[in-house]
Each structure stands twice: as C-alpha cells, then as structure tokens.
Design a protein around this ligand. Structure first.
Ligand code: ACM
Ligand code: ZN
Length: 546
C-alpha cells in the first residue's frame, strides 16, 4: 500500500512539476517537451547569431529576432558564419530531425544552440526565444535598463498539424496592407503558418486584376453600408458614404514577400460561384440576368451569382492566371459557400449547360463549375481548397475541404479520402461573441468564449488512424461585417487565436486549459508591450454558461 502511495505521489509530483515547468516558461503554443535548467543566457551588443548554413531562408529565419533587438535593445545582433563557442545563438540544420517545422533549442549560460531540419524550425525556435525574453522586447522603441536574458532550458518541439491558420475578411471591411502585415506578424509570433486572405465578396473586390480593371475600379467600392444591426428592411439605416479600397498587385507582392520571411503561406480566396455581386457590378455580363447591380452595402447571401456560360469560365481563368502568378501558395481557395441556385434555375444558358453535361440538378452544376476550375488550377500546378459546400453535387477529384458548418462535413470529406482543414463555426468563428457582457460591441451573434475555443479538437473521434491523416489542421475565421476598425479586428481575434495556435501546434496530451490560462497571463504582458487591443472579458469569465 505504501509502495502504491509512493508511486502515486511521485507520479503526481512529476506531473505537477512538468506543468509548473511549462507554465513558468510561459510559451504559447506549449512545446512538446521542455525542461528549465539553472541560470540564464544574457544577450548583449556582442552576441552573435551564427548561421552554419548561409542562405536567404536562413537569413529570413533570424531577421525577426534581429529586428526586435535593433528596436527595443538598441543594438544589432551580428550575423556570422564562423563557429562561436560563447555569447552566440548558433543555428544549425540537422537532417535527422524528422519534422520540417520542428526544432531543438538548448539555452545554456554561455551559448544558445538551435537545431532544425529546415529554416522553418530555426524560425520557430527563435519565436520561442522571443517569448522567453522580457516582454519589453516587443516595444516599438528603445527601452532602457532591461537585462535581455532568457532562462536556461532544453526544448524539443514540433507541431501537431501542418496547417495552422487564420482567415481575415478584407471585403466586408477593408484593411490596409500595413495592418495585414501586422496581422501576419502575430500569426508568426504564435507559430501559425497559413494566412487565408478573403479577397472577393459581394461587398467588395479587393485584388487588382490587370485584365479586368473594373473589378477594383467599380467592384472595389460601394455607395452605402448598413449601419448597426441587421434589422427588417423598413428599419434599416445606412451610412451613405462611398466605402472601399483594394490591394494593387504591387501591394500583394509586398505582403507575400513579408509573409514568406515569416514562414507564412498566404492562401488567396477568390469566391465562386456565389458572393459575386461586386464582380457582377463591374461586369454584369457574367451574371444570369445581365443586371444591373450595385456593390452590396448589406450583409448576407445574395441570389445573383456567376452564370455558367463559357464567357464566365474564360473570365475566371483570366483572373486565376494573375492570382496564381502572385501567390506562391500551393492552394488557391475557390470559396464555394452560400451560392443560391435561384438564378441558375431560371437561366436558359445554365439549364442548357445542365442538359448538355447530363447534370441532374443545380448542385451538380455547382460541382461542374468547381471541377472545371479545379482542372484549370491543377493544370497550373496548383490545388484547390473550398468551403464545405463544394461537397454538394460531388466533390472535385483533388479538392481539399475547409469544414465550416461543423465537423460532420469534415468527416464526409475524409470518408471520400480528401484532405480537410477544420474551421467549424461551433468553435473557431472569431466574429462570434466572446462574452455575455453588455459592453461587447455589436456582433453577428453566436457565443464562443476563450475556454470553448480552447476545447476544440480538430480530429473527429469517429475517424480511424488512417483517416486522421487527412485532417491537415485548424483555422480560425474572422468575418468583418460588424468589425469596424483595426483595433476591433484585434479585439475579436486575440486572445482566442492564441488558443487556436495551441490547438494547431501542441500535442493533445499537452493541452490543458488551466495551464494554458496561466501561460496566457504571461503572454498578456507581451500583448501589452505590443500595444495590442486584445479582449479582456475572459479574465472574469464564467466557464459554466454555454
Ligand atoms: C462561411 O462562413 N460562409 C464560409
Ligand atoms: Zn446562368
């Protein structure tokens, strides 16, 4: 009995120590394995960053940390390729590490050593170092009297999933490119690696397409916007101001390059066949009825979608050719959600298409649309990803599905041997309310407090181990109908996105909300140093109310 008690006692102690150790390092997402050792490594103006392999990607991996020191510490960490025995951060590629994004980080009093299979892992190791530095490292100007030290520790880390992302809707409200970069910075800080850029919708077309200039000249601007809540038509109020904006191709190149330096892939979304009113306003010939249309100032789902005449496919191929040239991403997101079939049902050309192609209903016509675009996108060496409605009427052969209407659509895709990204509105819709406080700004609805977001498990319990491999990861989505400023974006996204980051990166065994919460308290000091407008309501949360 005593023996049993001792075993139990040491197990409990080991568990608590493990939890405390991880908590005291304060890393989010929590690493696979970590151990704090005695002492600390102190940076100074002589500290070198050693690249044992010197190439552009390795330089990209270290530049974020170097920049932080330049700003907050007021000195630069010198890059070197010569071996150093002390006062250095040595970054070494080690092909024996199995995970492309994994790393080993050893912090000793006189030396920091990092090993990774690829520069991606070096980058993530340095994001860990960044999180171990005093929070003042995040300040945007020089801070005096800070000892730039990190605790000695041994960390072995690798992500659970290859897809760890956030989506930002830049159509309902438009976010300037400098803000998009800041958004990307924070993704990288949390070791996320995908930015899903929602670029076209009913309320605005936000990407310059040289072949079709009216898409942004006309489709990039609306004449009015719904004011406040979505109410019955007779009660609606409008902001009668021209509103809009778009990213030029030069802007896009700049943001793509910025993201690449932070090991983030940007997945552009060009919505089809629905959410197309802005495009149809610019080119009404692409609709079933011929229009005219107005770029929408109201939110919702609209009947006017792209027609299925050859003319539309030619247009789409023109658009996608330019999009593909701009984004190195393997994936192109083709939307596919919320496309009412009302117009197609009454359109002679669409009905003709169905007859000619032997399609039994309009769902099959949507499937035809997506499959035809997939063929084109595949022919350019790229793959499609789409919202889970692309399952309806038959899934395109090589498509990846982004499951947003709950996990059952993810399961359905996996059962058809397709890859999925889990982004269910039951857990990770960042436009939903995060508290019951009356002080929350008006939102679209829903209720997804931090603790609930954290409880999300991307792999449905019903999947077999073989099927599990099809779950690429998780993504949080911010739709911006009711999000009115960049500060408001951050308010909706953080800290819930830190929970999504941990879901995507950390092992299931290492997930624990109390433990996460303790680490988040440390992370908040960093958010404060960044001047980030995060939501604080979770600090007085009631974890029992659903
Ligand atoms: C979606 O939320 N309509 C994908
Ligand atoms: Zn039509």
């Amino acid at each position: 009995m005593r023996k049993l008690f001792l075993i139990f006692f040491s197990l409990a102690l080991a568990f608590t120590m493990n939890a405390q150790t991880k908590a005291s390092l304060g890393l989010i997402p929590v690493p696979m394995k970590s151990k704090v050792t005695a002492g600390q490594f102190v940076f100074d103006a002589d500290t070198k960053v050693v690249l044992t392999t010197d190439n552009q990607e390795m330089r990209n991996a270290v530049v974020t940390l170097v920049d932080l020191f330049n700003t907050a510490a007021g000195y630069s960490l010198q890059l070197s390729t010569a071996p150093q025995k002390s006062n250095a951060v040595v970054c070494k590629l080690n092909p024996s590490i199995s995970n492309n994004e994994g790393y080993k980080l050893s912090i000793k009093k006189n030396l920091i050593e990092i090993e990774a299979k690829a520069p991606n892992g070096i980058f993530y190791a340095l994001q860990s170092v960044r999180q171990l530095l005093p929070p003042e490292i995040e300040k945007s100007k020089k801070v005096e009297n800070v000892t730039w030290a990190v605790p000695c520790a041994e960390i072995e880390d690798a992500p659970r999933f290859t897809y760890r992302g956030l989506m930002l809707d830049c159509c309902r409200h438009f976010w300037p490119k400098e803000f998009v970069k800041q958004f990307i910075d924070l993704l990288a800080y949390h070791k996320m690696n995908k930015f899903h850029w929602h670029l076209t919708d009913d309320q605005g077309w936000r990407i310059e397409i040289k072949k079709y200039p009216k898409l942004t000249e006309v489709g990039g601007f609306r004449n009015r916007t719904l004011k406040g809540a979505y109410v019955a038509p007779e009660k609606r109020q409008w902001i009668n101001e021209r509103y809009g904006g778009f990213y030029t191709q030069e802007d896009i190149k700049e943001v793509v390059a910025y993201a690449q330096k932070r090991f983030i892939t940007i997945i552009p979304e060009i919505e089809m066949p629905g959410h197309a009113v802005a495009a149809l306003t610019a080119y009404p010939n692409l609709s079933c009825t011929g229009g005219p249309f107005e770029v929408e100032g109201l939110w919702g789902v609209f009947d006017d979608i792209f027609c299925t005449r050859d003319e539309v496919f030619n247009f789409m191929e023109g658009v996608l050719t330019e999009v593909i040239a701009l984004f190195p991403s393997e994936y192109i997101h083709v939307g596919g959600d919320e496309a009412p079939k009302t117009r197609w049902h009454r359109c002679a050309a669409c009905q003709d298409r169905m007859k000619k192609e032997g399609l039994k209903d309009e769902h099959e016509l949507q499937s035809y649309f997506v499959q035809r675009m997939e063929k084109f996108i595949n022919s350019k060496g790229k793959r499609i990803i789409g919202w889970d409605e692309i399952l309806e009427g038959g899934l395109a052969p090589n498509a990846t599905v982004m499951a947003w209407r709950g996990e059952k659509h993810g399961i359905e895709a996996v059962q058809q041997n397709h890859d999925v990204v889990m982004a269910p509105n039951t857990y990770v819709y960042l436009d939903y309310y995060q508290s019951k406080s009356k002080m929350e700004p008006h939102g679209i609805g829903g209720y997804l407090p931090l603790w609930h977001v954290y409880s999300f498990e991307p792999v449905p319990a019903s999947l077999t181990p073989d099927q599990e491999k099809h779950v690429l990861g998780a993504q949080g989505n911010l739709w911006t109908e009711y999000v009115l400023s960049t500060d408001h974006v951050m308010y909706m996204v953080y800290p819930r996105a830190s929970a999504i980051a941990e879901i995507g990166w950390s092992s299931k065994e290492n997930k624990n909300y109390d433990h996460f919460y303790a680490r988040l308290m440390q992370l908040l000091k960093r958010y404060n140093a960044m001047n980030l407008n995060y939501n604080r309501t979770f600090l007085s949360e009631d974890r029992t109310t659903k």
